[in-house]
Design a protein around this ligand. Structure first.
Ligand SMILES: CC(C)(COP(=O)(O)OP(=O)(O)OC[C@H]1O[C@@H](n2cnc3c(N)ncnc32)[C@H](O)[C@@H]1OP(=O)(O)O)[C@@H](O)C(=O)NCCC(=O)NCCS
Length: 349
């Protein structure tokens, strides 16, 4: 069977860099607290208007397509991962298809948060391996800055996240030491509420003892969005940071070892590990647990924060642009996030 190779990679981050110090104007926090707990020094925020999740994806995809040596009209399928879409529906995939003037190809939207890019890559990989498509655009893009709570109440979440986009073009290859060896996807919905944005949604307080939203209790009425929700700040993402941290440091090494074992490889065989940029402390823990050298792990969360579905392709793109990934190198991609979902991919560049 054919394998899929990454034929082109691209990224886009907005020009506006927001430092930890800048955030102290809005909430009680400090550069020292944020750096010590997360490693983040600054993140990028998209323009309030004029830049969206999809426009950033267009910028990243244009570079990836050009580097693959093809044009947007050659793309056969789009897989778009995001948790911050331009519209509740339709998804960003069709907006990207329109913006890049592509043919009437399929556009699939993936909602797996921080693991979104790896889920998207895995889906695309299957279509290439079966021979159904030859050029697939896989994108992760986020505009978090539009929907965070910038008051002190929301500081444990809002200081972590940033905006940006990354994209790759997947193509078939028959070279022996090239392409995706395997992908590994997991979920455990037991802790779905530990890192989530509940509203707007159709949950109607069904899943939890504590209500997640205040509604108008009329028998027939809009329960999707209410003034009460906004008044009570129920429209922001929430996170139990310590619980997420504890699970992440177990699942990251586990899913990386799963990928290595599936291919008869060891941590020492990895040339570059690109972990989802959740928190520098998590990456350092994973590195230590697997006994990896500094040169085997790429981190850029210091400059971009956690860009969720965009973080893996942005980091992959920067590592490649800096010459840290060479043809034939063994690259491991791994992610963990809301759901919980987690995933890995092992590939020869
Ligand atoms: C979010 C995270 C940095 C918080 O660090 P922590 O050491 O666990 O901190 P806690 O949540 O226990 O809070 C400790 C204190 O810091 C405070 N605090 C939270 N955010 C703060 C901020 N931005 N600035 C200053 N103080 C803050 C809390 O209010 C709390 O104060 P208290 O002790 O007076 O109640 C950490 O839990 C983490 O990184 N978790 C993983 C998150 C993650 O990776 N998410 C993405 C997954 S894809």
């Amino acid at each position: 069977m054919k394998r899929s190779k990454i034929a082109g990679v691209g990224m886009y981050v907005p020009a506006n860099a927001v430092t930890n110090e800048d955030l102290t104007q809005y909430m009680e926090t400090s550069d020292a607290w944020i750096q010590e707990r997360t490693g983040i020094k600054e993140r990028r925020y998209a323009q309030r208007t004029g830049e969206t999740t999809t426009t950033m994806a267009v910028a990243a995809a244009t570079i990836a397509i050009e580097r693959a040596g093809i044009s947007p009209q050659d793309i056969d399928f789009i897989v778009f991962a995001t948790l911050s879409p331009d519209y509740y529906f339709p998804g960003c995939g069709v907006l990207l298809q329109r913006a890049l003037k592509m043919r009437e190809i399929g556009a699939l939207d993936v909602r797996n948060q921080c693991s979104g890019f790896l889920y998207a890559l895995s889906v695309a990989d299957q279509f290439i391996k079966t021979g159904m498509y030859k050029n697939i655009l896989v994108v992760g893009s986020e505009k978090h800055s539009f929907g965070l709570d910038f008051s002190t109440r929301g500081r444990n979440v809002s200081v972590i996240f940033g905006d940006g986009a990354g994209a790759v073009v997947l193509q078939p290859t028959e070279q022996p030491k090239q392409g995706i060896l395997s992908t590994h996807l997991h979920s455990d919905g037991e802790s779905a509420e530990l890192l989530a944005m509940f509203n707007p949604g159709t949950h109607a307080n069904h899943w939890t003892e504590q209500p997640l939203a205040d509604f108008n209790d009329a028998p027939i009425a809009d329960m999707f969005m209410s003034h009460q929700m906004i008044d009570k700040a129920q429209n922001f993402p929430t996170m139990d940071g310590p619980a997420v941290f504890k699970k992440a440091v177990v699942k990251f090494p586990e899913v990386i070892m799963e990928a290595l074992s599936a291919n008869g490889l060891q941590p020492t065989d990895i040339n570059m590990l690109i972990p989802h940029q959740a928190n520098l402390r998590i990456s350092q823990f994973v590195q230590q647990k697997l006994g990896l050298q500094d040169s085997q792990v790429f981190n850029n969360i210091q400059r971009y924060g956690n860009t969720t579905a965009a973080s893996v392709p942005i980091a992959l793109c920067e590592a490649w642009e800096q010459g840290k990934i060479q043809p034939g190198d063994l690259v491991c991609l791994a992610a963990f996030g809301s759901g919980f979902t987690w995933a890995s991919a092992l590939l020869y560049w």
